[in-house]
Design a protein around this ligand. Structure first.
Ligand SMILES: Cc1ncc(COP(=O)(O)O)c(C=O)c1O
Length: 452
């Protein structure tokens, strides 16, 4: 590895960063992370902090999960790659499919379609849902519904169902036939409704209204995150996702749960759908499926949807979709080891306990700092602070101040993530109570320094 002066000098000179302005990356060089152990990361200057971001919502078991590292190494030695396109397969994916089938059995999902990440999983689910209706003889069902504030990756399909202009406007025109309904976001919504249950009902009515307007027979699927993540951690009321399920079933619309961040324990339940007692028709997974150590994902498919494809005798169910790295054996080996560790460690239990601690800590910070307009969380290890410059008008905080909070928190021991006016926390699910205290105290220092 080159020395630190070289790295700092070159930093963003010859590369563009995702989700950043190239000029900003040059003007404000990103933190160069060079090592990690447990739940801590170390930068090029040797500064060590608790990673409150968990990589990018994916390193659920921390950075030192030896069984996954060993599985990756062993698989590289045995079979570093082979395709699973028609005609060939590999042993690792077969074994993984059986394990995933057992894991997702309570969600009613029994088939896996492998991908290389979250955006690929979303694209796969959207495409397969259109095909499902064509196979069933309802080819006019092509539209997609989703939530404003939702995040579904950045492929054209995913961006089209995304509910945030930041990922859309520069890339328009997007896919035709994608329509959005208000998110159950109590702090800001078009109904001015602060009661979560009443707001959930209003959003469900908006969904019914949109379906009636579009015509149920034109809609293929509704896609949602069980708890909205990247959009600022928005947990809906417990009645919301079951309500969506009921409306979708009644109208012949598939329900796709985008669980790229919520599957495998983050919400304090094994999946976000299970958290709300819902069985989706498809579930998008990625990220924590390999603990972030290998780019990999799987779309899980319900028995009912699977039967429609498998019993087709017209040829319409031939799948014209897939990626070179669908079913990569190294990813599958990583996922097998990761699943075993995830189950052995029973991560939802710690996610729920540490999540409650973090959420309470956030509520205490809100008492102390006027700049914290809203605190969201309470369902496992996904929490957010929404910062405002004025609580009464809810004016979003300026960029300079929120970035200063992040920088000061980093200097004080915790990496946190800034997304618009939100500070988002999604730490590894294996962190301890003491690690949570480090995050809270670093944020306290950051807020005091930047806003005091
Ligand atoms: C809910 C959700 N869906 C899809 C994606 C896209 O995943 P990826 O960045 O792996 O393509 C993300 C990424 O954060 C996500 O949070």
């Amino acid at each position: 590895m080159k020395d630190s002066n070289f790295l700092k000098e070159m930093n963003a000179r010859s590369m563009w960063h995702p989700m950043a302005h190239p000029a900003d990356s040059l003007a404000n060089p990103p933190t160069i992370v060079t090592g990690a152990q447990g739940v801590r990361i170390t930068d090029v200057d040797g500064h060590e902090v608790v990673d409150g971001v968990g990589g990018l919502w994916n390193v659920n078991l921390g950075f030192s999960c030896q069984p996954i590292k060993d599985a990756i190494t062993a698989q590289l030695d045995q079979l570093p790659y082979y395709s699973i396109f028609r005609g060939t397969t590999n042993d690792a994916v077969i074994q993984l499919a059986e394990e995933l089938r057992a894991f997702f059995e309570p969600d009613g999902l029994s088939r896996a379609f492998y991908t290389s990440g979250g955006s690929d999983s979303v694209e796969t689910a959207l495409r397969l849902s259109r095909q499902y209706h064509k196979v069933r003889g309802e080819p006019a069902r092509t539209k997609f519904l989703s939530l404003k504030k939702g995040y579904h990756g950045t492929h054209f399909g995913g961006a089209s169902v995304n509910g945030n202009a930041n990922f859309r406007t520069a890339y328009e025109p997007l896919l035709a036939g994608c329509h959005h309904i208000p998110a159950p976001y109590t702090y800001r919504n078009p109904f001015n409704e602060t009661d979560p249950e009443r707001l959930a009902q209003l959003c469900l009515q908006a969904l019914e209204d949109e379906i009636a307007f579009q015509g149920a027979g034109t809609i293929a699927a509704f896609i949602m995150e069980p708890i909205l993540g990247a959009g600022g951690v928005i947990p809906p009321h417990a009645s919301f996702m079951p309500g969506v399920r009921e409306i979708c079933s009644r109208n012949g619309i598939l329900l796709i749960a985008d669980e790229v961040i919520t599957a495998f324990g983050r919400t304090g339940s094994w999946t976000g759908s299970r958290h709300w007692g819902v069985q989706p028709d498809m579930m998008c997974t990625a990220k924590a499926i390999t603990n972030g150590y290998f780019p990999f994902g799987a779309v899980m498919i319900s028995e009912e949807v699977a039967q429609v494809f498998e019993q087709d005798d017209t040829g319409k169910a031939a799948i014209g979709h897939g990626y070179t790295y669908s079913g990569h054996p190294v990813g599958a080996a990583a996922a097998l080891a990761c699943l075993e560790e995830t189950l052995r460690l029973n991560v939802p239990e710690n996610a729920a306990a540490r999540g409650a601690q973090l959420f309470q800590g956030f509520q205490a910070l809100q008492q102390k700092y006027d700049v914290i307009g809203d605190v969201r969380g309470g369902h496992g290890l996904m929490c957010a602070l929404e910062l405002v410059s004025d609580r009464a008008t809810k004016t979003p905080i300026d960029k300079g101040t929120i970035n200063a909070v992040q920088e000061q928190a980093y200097q004080s021991g915790a990496m946190v993530r800034v997304s618009g006016p939100n500070i988002i926390l999604s730490p590894p699910l294996v962190l301890t109570a003491a690690d949570v205290d480090v995050i809270l105290s670093a944020l306290d220092t950051g807020l005091a320094a930047a806003t005091g």
